[in-house]
Design a protein around this ligand. Structure first.
Ligand code: PLP
Ligand code: COI
Length: 341
């Protein structure tokens, strides 16, 4: 087969069906060995746990074509681990970490024609997920589950690509103390839909969520963590038990310290101090690093000195180093890059 014929530079962040996906079923207390299938549809009983009580968790990672033509994934072991944590919190049987990585390898290899070429600006988004499949009517965990992985080629998450976006401080909360904000459960995204549709209607690209207990601290957006750069070139990133532990953010902390010699602070970030930062960005697998140019808090604007035209200089260095590692022209720390055979 040949590379899929696509306008790679303009594919956007949308679902495009590819050839093969991975499926494994959990029955009688065990996951089976899994298999690839061309069937993109899932047929479920009307009373399946996922349909009635939203028992589903997912992950997101990407495959890249490197400069020398290999297909690689970035730190899939961390996605495997995070999915175990997510599953446990929703009383689902953890999917074995090794089998998770094997599944990723199989699906990416089977859809190699859909991995965008080096330099195209597009990547292959990988979506592992699992859900309760058997009928559940009293509120309790399902007994049977399915784990699946599909892939879809994607462009930038925000349509302007690397252009700074405008976000607003959101009046709705994303996560409660001791709730599920730290796991990747579908329910966290369902409850963010009203807020994101409203944000878009009001002309904003995203929502900045504050901590729901005090509404004084910066948490995250609906799909990415925050990074800030101080006027002294320090990286500051919010620490909270109610945000998703972003793999991109954890990687950027290492890149900042070890590759760029920057000081890093992972700590509570008060909304009140945001106006003093020099740069702001959203980081995540889908977002990579999306620069934020402006934050609007009920009519009051915080405009970062980096402006609305391009990424701030320090954010750009972080972006170039991280994507350089992912695309293979900067040496990666041991274990970060997994070559797909
Ligand atoms: N926060 C939320 C709510 C997310 O959905 C994501 C996306 O996965 C992230 C942060 C970023 O996490 P990661 O860098 O692991 O993709
Ligand atoms: C990701 O970055 O992988 C996510 O899951 C975010 C989602 C909002 C697309």
């Amino acid at each position: 087969m040949a590379k899929a014929d696509m306008d790679w530079k303009n594919i956007g962040f949308t679902y495009r069906q590819t050839e093969q996906r991975y499926v494994s079923d959990y029955k009688n207390g065990a996951w089976d060995n899994g298999r690839l299938t061309t069937d993109a549809n899932v047929v479920l009983n009307e009373c399946a746990g996922v349909l009635q009580y939203a028992q589903t968790v997912f992950e997101g990672l990407k495959a890249y074509t490197t400069e020398d033509g290999h297909i690689v994934t970035f730190r899939p072991d961390l996605n495997a681990k995070r999915m175990v944590d997510s599953a446990k919190r929703l009383e689902m049987p953890p999917f074995p970490e090794e089998q998770f990585i094997e599944a990723i390898e199989k699906v990416v290899a089977a859809n190699a024609d859909f991995v965008p070429p080096y330099g195209s600006g597009a990547t292959l988004y990988i979506r592992p997920y699992m859900f309760g499949t058997n009928p559940v009517i009293g509120v309790k965990p399902a007994d049977e589950y399915q784990f699946r992985v599909f892939v879809t080629p994607v462009g930038p998450y925000f349509s302007g690509g690397a252009k700074p976006i405008t976000i607003r401080v959101c009046d709705y909360d994303r996560a409660a103390p001791h709730g599920t904000g730290h796991i990747k459960a579908g329910l966290n995204y369902a409850m963010s839909l009203y807020a994101i549709v409203d944000a878009h209607k009001q002309g904003f690209d995203e929502n900045m969520y504050l901590d729901s207990a005090t509404r004084t601290k910066v948490e995250e957006t609906g799909g990415a963590n925050f990074i800030f750069i101080t006027r002294e070139n320090k990286l500051v990133t919010p620490k909270s038990d109610t945000i998703l532990p972003s793999i991109t953010r954890r990687s950027l902390v290492h890149v900042a310290q070890e590759y760029l010699g920057m000081e890093v602070e992972e700590r509570e970030v008060l909304f009140d101090e945001v106006k003093d930062f020099a740069e702001c960005g959203l980081c995540g697998t889908a977002a990579v690093i999306s620069p934020v140019g402006k934050i609007v808090d009920h009519g009051e604007e915080i405009c970062f000195p980096s402006g609305m035209e391009k990424m701030g200089p320090v954010t750009k260095k972080l972006y170039d180093t991280l994507t350089g590692i992912q695309m293979g022209h900067i040496k990666a720390p041991d274990g970060w890059i997994k070559v797909i055979q």
